[in-house]
Design a protein around this ligand. Structure first.
Ligand code: AMP
Ligand code: TRP
Length: 347
């Protein structure tokens, strides 16, 4: 179902992506990111996945919860099908190349570029003066995450498109400023039926782990009854489902549920409306709830099992970090050389 990844550049295909361990993962993270991370791994491409704990602390994180959420996110990756023998899975702070390259990119990127980022504007809100400096510089660290591995493709949800354009701008400026062809122009990979899963309470807002209403999202830790209840109570309109996608044009909540069904079932949204044409939500919602439970319950159960052994999760993250470091360190050494830093320390 997914388009083959192509690299129109002299850089070997390598996939990198990251998720912030700043709360429990949602169905949006699963469909927009995790499920697709597994598909890329299973296509046999080199895949590097990172729990970006340094990004998470750009807004306040309770230390005890941060550690717990990082392990839980790792468990979600493993439960969803990430195989640490085939993919590299680690947490960002264990590989210091990210922040080192992030600093260099802070000096490449311009204030104006950062100020235009919609995620910055949304998260800083009206009180930008009180936001952390790290939140403003966040996209430069994200570019460093990707380019420390010279990654060519980054699977993400729709909301990360602007950050990936900025990653390309940083690569272009670095290459131009230093007269090198060092960094690739990384491509976003935004595909599938659920690149933007919306809130169950408001079809104009994305489903988010930071939404104050727990009813707005499905968490990967929700049990079957909770998932079914949240879908039953999801906001919809009174009309039955149409027989074509055009009929969902001004019905964002209905469209969202159709997209979720399609992504979970591995069908296109067109197929879903064809199958349910004329059905009331009283019929469609229970079908969606059954499907969601069937797909998510095994993942939740496996996450719970993995969480019984935190030391094993930490071991997997540590091993992934060592493998990540082995790729990033030689690239970073070359960057220091290009930039003109003396590197004469022994030992
Ligand atoms: P975050 O939770 O912001 O760290 O996002 C991690 C990944 O999940 C990114 O690739 C996001 O684009 C993706 N993602 C987050 N929320 C959604 C959503 N509601 N729909 C689709 N993708 C999402
Ligand atoms: N900014 C991403 C998000 O909020 C998380 C992220 C950090 C990321 N570094 C990345 C995603 C590198 C892809 C590649 O969802």
């Amino acid at each position: 179902m997914t388009a083959p990844v192509q690299t129109p550049q002299p850089f070997p295909t390598r996939i990198f992506s990251g998720i912030q361990p700043s709360g429990g993962l949602t169905l949006g993270n699963y469909l927009g990111a995790l499920k697709r991370f597994v598909e890329k791994q299973d296509e046999g491409i080199e895949t590097i996945y990172c729990l970006v704990d340094m990004h998470a602390i750009t807004v306040w994180q309770d230390p005890v919860k941060l550690r717990q959420q990082t392990r839980e996110a790792a468990a979600a990756f493993l439960a969803a099908g990430i195989d640490p023998a085939r993919s590299i899975l680690f947490n960002q702070s264990q590989v210091t190349a990210h922040v080192e390259l992030g600093w260099i990119f802070n000096c490449v990127a311009r204030m104006g570029w950062m100020g235009r980022m919609t995620q910055w504007k949304d998260k800083a809100g009206k009180n930008a003066e009180a936001a952390s400096l790290g939140l403003f510089a966040y996209p430069a660290l994200m570019a460093a995450d990707i380019l420390a591995y010279k990654a060519t493709h980054v699977p993400v949800g729709e909301d990360q498109k602007q950050h990936l354009e900025l990653t390309r701008d940083i690569a272009i400026k670095f290459n131009n400023d230093y007269g090198v062809t060092f960094f690739p122009l990384t491509e976003p990979v935004i595909e599938g039926a659920a690149t933007r899963v919306m809130s169950l309470r408001d079809g104009s807002k994305k489903m988010s782990k930071s939404d104050p209403s727990d009813q707005s999202r499905i968490n990967l830790t929700d049990d079957a009854d909770t998932i079914a209840a949240k879908i039953r109570k999801a906001r919809t309109d009174p009309d039955p489902l149409p027989d074509s996608l055009a009929g969902l044009k001004d019905r964002p909540e209905a469209r969202n549920l159709v997209n979720i069904y399609a992504a979970l079932a591995g069908h296109t949204p067109e197929q879903v409306v064809a199958d349910f044409a004329g059905a009331q939500f009283g019929t469609f919602k229970p079908a969606l709830a059954d499907l969601a439970v069937a797909k998510l319950a095994p993942i939740t159960a496996e996450m719970n099992r993995l969480m019984q052994d935190p030391a094993e999760i930490d071991r997997i993250l540590g091993e992934g970090a060592a493998r990540a470091e082995a790729i990033a360190r030689p690239i970073l050494d070359q960057v220091y050389d290009i930039v003109g830093m003396i590197r004469s320390r022994r030992g």
